[in-house]
Design a protein around this ligand. Sequence first.
Ligand code: HEC
Length: 253
Amino acid sequence: MKRLLLLSVFLLPFTTFAAGPEVKGVSKDWGFLGPFGKYDKSSLQRGLQVYTEVCSSCHSLKYIAYRNLSDLGYNKNEIKAFASSFTVVDGPDDDGEMFERPGRPADFFVAPYANDNAARAANGGAYPPDLSLITKARGGGANYLYSLLIGYKEPPESIEVREGLHYNKYYSGNLIAMPQPLYEDGVEYADGTNASIEQMAADVTEFLTWAAEPEMEARKRTGIAAISFLLIMAVLSYIAKLQIWSDVKKKKA
Ligand code: HEC
């Protein structure tokens, strides 16, 4: 009995206390996981296309600037052209008036609504959150986002779906105000990839994971360099220790 008690105390930190019914999402084998993980550039580019053509009509991405898209493999001219396809509200000018101009690489992604209230008003009172940090803001991260995007299914008969809500297998409580955003061939991929719901969900998830942590690859590289350095130093110190103490041992004998 005592042992059992001890064991449960030991295991306590490893248990999770979920609020509400626990729904397990889909786990994907993402290439960006693990100490050597890297983003897949073509997937990032397709994800940008999905965000731009689908999600950006409701969700902002306010911490990413157009020039950050160089991480996705675009050159300066491509970024300039992309930025200038958006209209930015700037100002005030000398007369105190706000004015519109084409976007520049240094601008942050243009938001779909002027402010939070406008966003709520356009979405039946529900607020479409900014997506810049969404994979960090939700438990489950990339897997949760992916599951949510493929989780729109026919509701079971026991569930009543009120107007303005939609059934989603992986959303906590199962009723979400966001209508299903992805449908087969919802975008026509520039690189010819078949745009299935799963493919678009995976690509936009890869893109939003990058948006939440653009410096991930550099961080992992630094970590590996630091650990290699420490390992080499450990071996060198051990050899030095053997050398220094070898004398002492000899005298003893
Ligand atoms: C028609 C508008 C609309 C579009 C298009 C849209 N969303 Fe949403 N989204 C919403 C609204 C509204 C909510 C808030 C839902 C709620 O509170 O019930 C939301 C919520 C979310 C959430 C948060 C879910 C949570 O756990 O709280 C994520 C993540 C999300 N959307 C991702 C996306 C992605 C990725 C796309 C593009 C593939 C997309 N959305 C397209 C309106 C939209």
